[in-house]
Design a protein around this ligand. Structure first.
Ligand SMILES: [Zn+2]
Length: 137
């Protein structure tokens, strides 16, 4: 699993070793770092024990390099990063920034893959998926 992750703005590498590194901010505007597993659909993450957020809290994600907000344009509750797979194919990755919500979407020319038990919540991708299928037929 050698997927690389890039910031969509500065194209800097935000995966280091076994983690993707994000600068985050909770709703009390406290800042922290979050390490996220690079496997799509794996929601394990690490943060400093003194940095807190609650289930359901909306977390702001930023590129740790250029500090740009990673809010997705398609939905304000999603974060957007670029993933480059082993075949050098680029995928747009969208995942929920609501703590505890497991929704990830992998979008490329091959179509849309949704993972996570809450992925039905963001219907924008469901609709596009149907559109893709319609175009394929
Ligand atoms: Zn950046």
């Amino acid at each position: 699993m050698n997927n690389q992750y890039l910031c969509p703005y500065c194209r800097g590498h935000i995966r280091v070793g076994d983690y993707i590194v994000f600068k985050i901010r909770n709703t009390r505007r406290e800042k922290g770092l979050l390490l996220v597993h690079p496997e799509v659909g794996n929601y394990s993450s690490i943060k400093h024990p003194l940095f807190h957020f609650e289930e359901g809290e909306r977390i702001d994600f930023f590129c740790p390099l250029c500090l740009q907000s990673l809010d997705a344009e398609v939905d304000e509750n999603l974060v957007h990063v670029v993933m480059v797979d082993e075949l050098q194919t680029e995928h747009e990755i969208y995942f929920s920034r609501i703590a505890g919500e497991q929704s990830t979407y992998q979008v490329s020319e091959e179509g849309i893959k949704a993972t996570g038990e809450h992925s039905h919540r963001y219907t924008i991708f469901k609709m596009s998926d149907e559109l893709f299928q319609y175009l394929d037929n």
